[in-house]
Design a protein around this ligand. Structure first.
Ligand SMILES: Nc1ncnc2c1ncn2[C@@H]1O[C@H](COP(=O)(O)OP(=O)(O)O)[C@@H](O)[C@H]1O
Ligand SMILES: [Mg+2]
Length: 318
């Protein structure tokens, strides 16, 4: 494969069972294109951190394969690791060091020569808008600054793939937006980004493509736009009086199917007026006696993802 066609991340049938017999990943297959800003979305316990942990070599896989820019993680672990920058969920920096020292020491740990590390530190401090704070103690930085510094640190090794594990969980909205701007800049400059989150708004705002993971399985994988379109469709089961005619009316924008002799399955855009559908059916001699909503597994997941949260801006249902 030529470089341009090599995926940033290629995961095949990845399985992970922990020592306590918890199976966190049940055969995950995933592709991330170079240059993408990719969301891995899922509720707590879905397996996001396990997947990120395996990709960044913190967790051993049970079976399956992972390639990072074409480099096999098991066969060439240290080479694969060099392509990755990881931003963990928790702030894990020495509060009594300065941002510049943190960046330079981190690069040194990964074998970047000191002179080069100093140059990169200045570049990353600038990109993180922390130049003015380069030599103060980290503990004096605001929450948002500390998060930007974590990202700057991960960028010190010049990774081609930057991975963030719920970087904004429990972080207030201003800090979150601030990080989003920072991440967009990094992505625009060419770094592929994978972000795990359970904030729908975040995935929608930042990411072009996404996968949804639930109970260790990928249940959706594709573009954000396709997903939004899917969520915008509502399903109903209609109980019809008498027999359903052999030919069903075509009602623009809807999909109508016979479930059984007395039941129709209806799919329609959320924004559409249900009355207009009933009228059209009635014009064709179909009387609806009762109806129930048909559950949509994607929608169920999203309800769960947003349960307890104030955010639910995904979809055009606003
Ligand atoms: N080190 C571990 N040992 C045993 N079980 C674990 C470990 N880490 C995670 N798990 C379990 O694996 C499942 C997936 O967890 P995790 O990958 O952390 O999900 P997420 O990041 O999506 O919340 C959960 O059931 C969790 O309890
Ligand atoms: Mg997690």
């Amino acid at each position: 494969m030529s470089d341009s066609s090599t995926l940033a991340l290629r995961v095949r049938d990845l399985r992970k069972t922990y020592d306590n017999d918890v199976t966190a990943l049940k055969g995950v297959t995933l592709d991330v294109e170079p240059g993408d800003f990719f969301a891995l979305l899922g509720p707590n316990g879905a397996g996001k951190s396990t997947l990120i942990g395996i990709i960044s070599s913190l967790v051993n896989l049970s079976s399956g394969s992972v390639e990072i820019f074409g480099i096999d993680l098991v066969r060439e672990r240290s080479r694969a690791m060099r392509e990755i920058g990881l931003v963990p969920q928790e702030i894990n920096m020495n509060m009594f060091e300065t941002p510049r020292d943190i960046l330079v020491n981190y690069a040194g740990f990964y074998g970047v020569p000191r002179a080069e590390a100093l140059v990169r530190a200045d570049q990353e401090l600038e990109r993180a808008h922390l130049t003015a704070k380069a030599n103060v103690m980290v503990r004096t930085l605001s929450g948002g600054m500390k998060r930007r510094l974590m990202i700057a640190r991960a960028m010190m090794t010049r990774p081609r793939l930057l991975i963030l594990d719920e970087p904004t969980a429990g972080v207030d909205i201003e800090i979150r937006r601030d990080m989003w701007t920072n991440l967009r800049e990094i992505n625009r400059a060419g770094t592929t980004i994978i972000l795990t989150t359970h904030y729908l708004e975040e995935a929608e705002s930042l990411c072009r493509n996404l996968a949804i993971i639930n109970r260790g399985e990928i249940i959706e994988h594709g573009s954000m736009r396709t997903l939004l379109a899917k969520l915008d469709v509502e399903g109903f089961l209609l109980d019809v009086e008498g027999d359903i005619p052999a030919t069903l009316p075509a009602i623009e924008g809807t999909v109508l199917k016979r479930e059984d002799d007395h039941t129709l399955a209806l799919e329609m855009p959320r924004a559409m007026d249900l009355n207009s559908v009933f009228n059209a059916l009635s014009d064709h001699g179909i009387r609806v006696r009762s109806m129930r909503t048909q559950s949509n597994r994607l929608e169920e997941l999203f309800v769960r993802l947003t349960a307890g949260g104030s955010m639910n801006t995904l979809g055009a249902s606003a």
